[in-house]
Write a protein that binds this ligand. Sequence first.
Ligand code: NAD
Length: 402
Amino acid sequence: MNKPKIVVLGAGYAGLTATRKLAQKLSPEEAEIVLINRHNYHYEATWLHEVAAGTINHNQARYMISDVVNPKRVRLIYDTVVEVKTEDQRVVLENSEVEYDYLVFALGFVTNTFGIKGMEDNAFFIQDIDSARVIREHIEYKFAQYSSGESTDDSDLTVLVGGGGFTGIEFVGELAEKIPELCKKYDIPRNKARIINVEAAPSILPVFEEDLVAYAKKSLEDRGVEFRIGAAISECTEEGFIVGEDNELIKAGTSVWTGGVMGSPVLEKSGFEVFRGKVNVDADLRLPGSENVFIIGDCSWTMDKETGKPYPPTGQLATQEGAHVAENIKNALYGLPLTDFVFDDKGTVASLGISDGIGNIFNGVKLQGKPAAAMKKVVDDRTLLVVGGPKALLKKGKYRPF
Ligand code: NAD
């Protein structure tokens, strides 16, 4: 009998964890494992705001897949997934095709512009390593142009951030560190450079309690971040965002949209039913109606039976789903029942720059300031260890004892 072939799409938190766990649980005699990813590296999606601001180098936020997955055990294919044909168990790639017996769909998120006019063309997105790196370079280019006299428009020194969710707020926290550095480097007075966050809802970071949100807002304002809260962005032009009911134009040299995400467009291309950008999976993480396709990470909504709402999408959730899928595929191979996924929430921390943050950990312990920033580094390093193993942690870890 042919060995079953397990194909994993995507080497983000969910897909890489699933692959490594599958390789640990199943011998080469029990199953063939294939991992398909666009790049030959995995990146830390939750560190991209730091890459975009330039507070860490992009190489710190990525590591080679072949350093943490044994290519002799797992066949690695670096290519872009175009479509999944479930009717004949086949994945179409840009340069080839691959058949599967079991499929793990973990292609992650893309930025969602909700069709806002001009956003695709004029705003930058924090979406992957390359898009984050371009933002860092663009901001610095604008400062260099101003400093050399090539530009005399003060608004070139403004970084405008649309959306006050996790990504937008963590990003302005990093900008509050970076912009003063750039001002020094290019002999520009600090008060000429502006960082503005625009949020449509009545509050930023709605997942946190009011006191933590108030702390975050004040701390960022004290470091020069301006907020426009309760102001919806209706358009993005070459000059900046059009904001609020009176259609005010806020001009900026750099406009970054952090207003929302959705699952990979390959979901719809493959004919899967998508709700608010993702697939509602069954409790065992399978595509409804499918025996052998699992959808995890930012491509799916997984229901919390206690609240009746989907679990909030985070790197922590994706990693746990990756491990669960590996267990369920092993069960399926041996004809055992699949088990339902239950999220073990270890808490949430948002950074507000290098030495500040807010967080909720261990069911109700609130953190703010330096302890939250320290906890964030612990979370980041733990993720490296859980997803990539000791090698990833030693090479890329943020905690430096010496
Ligand atoms: P998000 O959807 O959480 O936040 C987007 C924000 O943009 C919202 O506050 C929304 O009100 C605002 N917005 C939308 N349209 C707007 C408009 N037209 N004008 C002005 N504001 C507008 O997106 P995100 O921050 O990219 O996060 C995506 C997901 O990833 C979330 O579920 C988040 O919790 C998760 N995430 C978690 C972490 C973490 O746990 N540390 C870090 C990053 C992201």
